[in-house]
Design a protein around this ligand. Structure first.
Ligand SMILES: Nc1ncnc2c1ncn2[C@@H]1O[C@H](COP(=O)(O)OP(=O)(O)O)[C@@H](O)[C@H]1O
Ligand SMILES: [Mg+2]
Length: 295
């Protein structure tokens, strides 16, 4: 086994395979002190995912930087969720799904035979569109991963820390034995975030985490994302362009072309700093989308 295998509780060593060279502009900004050098968490190259004989998304190459929030936007069916799920090998669980291309996590090939997908998913937490607490107490929801992974330390402290980081502790500290399902939608989503944080992941993948929430609950989650990005890396899929503009530093815009058989094939159109995507995009298709001309 290679020593770069992802193990719980330890970030794999940074071995940068295939890392694209830093551009002259980037290097100059670093030298002049305008920018600190960024560390790449995911290096994705030529990614293509098929379900059976349907190419859901292809030609995806981008880098996800550490401690940044990267947003995936684009019309429904263009492959945002599919790309997100490729990052922590969730497609292993989907019969007929095939992932091709490069997905490096801290330099480690996520699809290498020696990588244990369960260990990988402890480093890379996932939060879904619809809050999905277990039908258990608030405490047991958060303690779940720590118990399954036999994490060292006091369980009560682990739960309190995760709930605090998820900005939920003050609201639930007096009722930890109540069912997770008794909470409001926004609280349930923060509970799911706490559950993901309890195993101390390095990355949080969030698939439209606010789409079932009201504007106030949405705002709380967005504030929380900013907080969490201080010591985590976040990738968020959102159909809400304002949300991408508010929370992310980098934005990937995807779209779908229709193939000969009328099926949609997703592709990455543009990956740029969020401000550029919304004010001065490089591709006409991005401009049409962000100005509301389609999608
Ligand atoms: N489990 C699956 N089996 C077959 N096709 C799927 C599956 N999941 C998604 N797809 C198809 O893959 C394409 C991309 O879907 P998805 O990644 O969910 O898009 P988005 O998240 O951008 O809305 C769509 O055409 C969708 O129908
Ligand atoms: Mg989706």
């Amino acid at each position: 086994m290679s020593d770069a295998v992802v193990t719980p509780g330890s970030v794999p060593p940074v071995v940068r395979l295939d890392r694209p060279a830093v551009s002259a502009e980037e290097a100059e900004a670093v030298v002049s002190g305008e920018r600190t050098p960024v560390e790449t968490v995911f290096d994705i190259g030529g990614l293509r995912v098929t379900y059976g004989d349907h190419v859901a998304v292809h030609d995806v190459s981008l880098q996800i930087a550490k401690n940044e929030i990267t947003a995936f936007i684009g019309p429904s069916g263009c492959g945002k969720t599919t790309v997100l799920r490729a990052l922590d090998r969730m497609h292993d669980l989907t019969p007929g799904a095939r992932v091709e291309g490069r997905v490096l996590y801290h330099g480690q090939d996520v699809y290498a035979p020696e990588v244990d997908p369960a260990a990988l998913r402890r480093r890379i937490g996932m939060v879904f569109q619809k809050p999905n607490p277990f039908p258990k107490s608030i405490f047991d929801n958060v303690a779940y991963g720590a118990r399954v992974n036999k994490m060292k330390g006091d369980l009560g402290e682990i739960v309190e820390e995760a709930l605090t980081r998820a900005a939920l502790w003050d609201e639930v500290k007096g009722k930890l034995k109540h069912s997770g399902l008794s909470l409001s939608g926004g609280q349930q989503q923060r509970l799911c975030i706490a559950r993901a944080l309890a195993v101390r992941p390095d990355v949080l993948l969030m698939d439209e985490p606010c789409s079932s929430l009201d504007p106030i609950a949405t705002m709380r989650i967005e504030e929380l994302m900013h907080e969490l990005a201080r010591d985590l890396t976040i990738v968020v899929v959102t159909h809400n362009m304002q949300q991408a503009a508010r929370v992310s530093q980098m934005t990937a815009f995807f779209t779908a072309d229709v193939d000969d058989e009328g099926r949609r094939v997703g592709t990455l159109v543009e990956f740029s700093p969020t401000e550029k995507i919304f004010t001065n995009p490089s591709d006409q298709r991005t401009e049409d989308y962000v100005t509301g001309r389609f999608g």
